[in-house]
Write a protein that binds this ligand. Structure first.
Ligand code: H79
Length: 480
């Protein structure tokens, strides 16, 4: 193991012990020497990362020329993800690569986009600057295949980022390192010519990223995609240098594990099992089940509304998630220390389909009443119960119960963790106090005034770790 890394490891262990985060992985002893593995043990502790962690709910937007096709070509419906339609055998590449000549989102209203995201309760937004097709939503110096060549002619990202920032929403940039439009792009490098192209492509990627940072200095980070390619993952050194380069020109950037590989081709987690990048970014259309699944790491899940559509598809197939299902995913994510990002695929004209608008409205209505349980929320350290999820407001004794499954008995079981005592219970929506029934040693039943609700109900528990509040605490009187 090299000296710098040993030093880092010692410093990180020390600071981890001080934070006393019970779920953090202990460093393994049988490590192999890596130049380009993880450079940090445990989560980042700086203010930029703390901000990312506090936001908890994000909006993902997939927008590009694929929205014009909307998952259909020549009267046939593509069953894959709309943003992948160029790879469909029914869609000739030449046809797809001409679509930009029709890209003219005349109804694009960035202020309206931002205000509806804000009303939904999103605190950050991730926008596709460039998906696998290579089309750039900004007028890039490094590619002619960009928004300036479309009938829209002008930048889309700048006004969007400004509007979101003005609405108090942080912006992150999605960037795919797959680029079907670029002559030097290679999924794998099979010979010397490929290697030479690959080197040129790396310069191109680096230039575009620097250009994005230079044009949009308020952005908080990048969301990389496509990094499973052999050409990418077999050059861990480049991914490491790129991460450090971007951090050097824009300190504090938040970039997930998808960017990185180590020199042995391990992605996300290095060959010693340690997380690379700033948070675990593998949770795409899936969530962890329990706290052990996230190993104490920061993480984020990204989720589609239908089964697997990111860009606009005119004909959604399969199950379409309801607001309550999405809220449950959001709450579950926060209860397990993660961020949750919900995807939207606007139409080519710049408007959102009705289903997405309704979802934003319904999620927002709940968030306005119950958002306190989400923002700055974290794993509570309580034994999970079947009625739903616990979320602790970071660094406080406030714990929220978010009830998704009301038991027919109406009794919500609360089992306090060791040396934690219940000192107050109320409904979050109206502060109405509840009287808990003590049923065992630091174990209670709670009953709601009204057990029928169409949306998840939130109860706020005030807790204390002081001995004076022991066994029944303030509720001893209520019991007798
Ligand atoms: O932008 C959205 C999708 O278009 C994009 N990521 C989200 C955020 C995405 N691209 N591809 N995929 C999602 C899934 C692709 C998986 C595969 Fe593979 C790529 C199957 C085969 C190659 C990676 C490597 C997974 C299996 C092997």
């Amino acid at each position: 193991m090299n000296k710098t890394f040993t030093g880092l490891l010692a410093a990180a262990c020390c600071s981890l012990m001080m934070q006393a985060t019970a779920q953090t992985q202990p460093p393994k002893k049988d490590t192999i020497a890596l130049q380009h593995g993880a450079h940090r043990i445990g989560n980042r502790t700086d203010a930029d990362m703390a901000r990312w962690r506090s936001l908890r709910f994000g909006q993902f937007i997939h927008w590009g020329v694929y929205a014009i096709a909307g998952g259909e070509w020549n009267g046939k419906v593509y069953n894959g993800a709309a943003e992948w339609i160029r790879s469909w055998k029914e869609m000739p590449h030449e046809e797809y690569d001409k679509l930009y000549r029709q890209f003219n989102p005349v109804n694009f209203n960035p202020q309206q986009w931002a205000s509806q995201a804000k009303d939904m309760g999103a605190k950050y937004m991730i926008i596709t600057t460039k998906h696998h097709d290579g089309f750039c939503l900004w007028p890039s110096k490094y590619s002619k295949y960009n928004i300036a060549a479309s009938p829209w002619k002008k930048d889309l990202l700048g006004p969007m980022i400004d509007a979101y920032n003005k609405a108090g929403i942080d912006v992150y940039l999605y960037f795919s390192i797959i680029d079907w439009n670029h002559p030097d792009y290679r999924p794998s490098l099979k010979n010397a010519a490929d290697s030479a192209a690959g080197k040129r492509f790396q310069v191109f990627v680096k230039n575009q990223l620097a250009e994005l940072l230079q044009r949009y200095p308020t952005i908080k980070g990048f969301w990389f995609d496509g990094t499973w390619d052999a050409s990418w993952k077999n050059d861990g050194a480049f991914t490491d240098e790129l991460e450090q380069y971007l951090q050097s020109i824009h300190p504090g950037l938040v970039m997930g594990s998808r960017l990185r590989a180590d020199e042995k081709g391990a992605r996300h987690f290095d060959s010693n099992g340690r997380l690379m990048g700033d948070y675990e970014q593998g949770w795409e259309r899936k969530l962890p089940e329990k706290i052990e699944d996230v190993h104490g790491n920061d993480w984020e899940a990204v989720m589609t509304v239908p089964e697997n559509q990111w860009g606009y598809h005119a004909k959604w197939m399969g199950h379409v998630k309801s607001a309550n299902e999405i809220l449950e995913m959001l709450v579950k994510s926060v209860s397990l220390n993660g961020n949750f990002v919900l995807n939207f695929g606007p139409k080519a004209d710049g408007t959102f389909r009705k289903e997405e608008q309704d979802l934003m409205t319904n999620i927002g209505a709940w968030m306005k009443v119950n958002g306190d349980a989400i923002y700055n929320g974290t794993y509570a350290g309580f034994e999970k119960q079947d009625w739903g999820y616990y979320i602790r407001k970071t660094g406080t004794d406030s714990v929220y119960m978010v009830v998704f499954n009301m038991p027919v008995s109406g009794n919500l079981r609360v089992k306090m963790p060791a040396r934690t005592y219940l000192t107050g219970v109320s409904m979050l929506q109206n502060n109405v106090p509840l009287t808990p029934e003590l049923i065992g040693r630091e174990e209670y039943f709670l009953r709601l005034p009204n057990k029928q609700s169409d949306v998840p109900v939130v109860i706020l528990l005030k807790t204390s770790t002081k001995e004076g509040n022991k066994e029944g605490g303030n509720f001893e009187k209520a019991k007798t």
